[in-house]
Design a protein around this ligand. Structure first.
Ligand code: SF4
Length: 81
């Protein structure tokens, strides 16, 4: 899965590094390093990181709707009584 971080937007908040530590890491106080070809198994974490980035700096292929609820949460909603 390919992803791009717009480093002109990135403010180094590190939300992504917290949520998907196998993909993102902080290098020093403010610079972000990341794997632009994340494994497919990182999809859910990556979706959370995309949704959590306060400046929407992360774009990833195949994660349309990543800013909505993360897959899996709909299951709980369908059990409404
Ligand atoms: S969450 Fe967004 S702003 Fe923060 S480090 Fe990651 S890409 Fe940058």
């Amino acid at each position: 899965m390919r992803l791009v971080v717009d480093l002109n937007k990135c403010q180094g908040y590190a939300q992504c590094a917290f949520l998907a530590p196998d993909v993102f890491a902080m290098h020093g106080d403010e610079s972000l390093i990341y794997n632009p070809r994340a494994d497919e198994e990182q999809r859910e974490r990556l979706a959370r990181a995309v949704a959590a980035c306060p400046v929407q700096a992360i774009t990833a292929d195949g994660l349309d709707g990543a800013r909505g609820p993360v897959a899996g949460s709909a299951r709980e909603a369908s059990d409404g009584r």
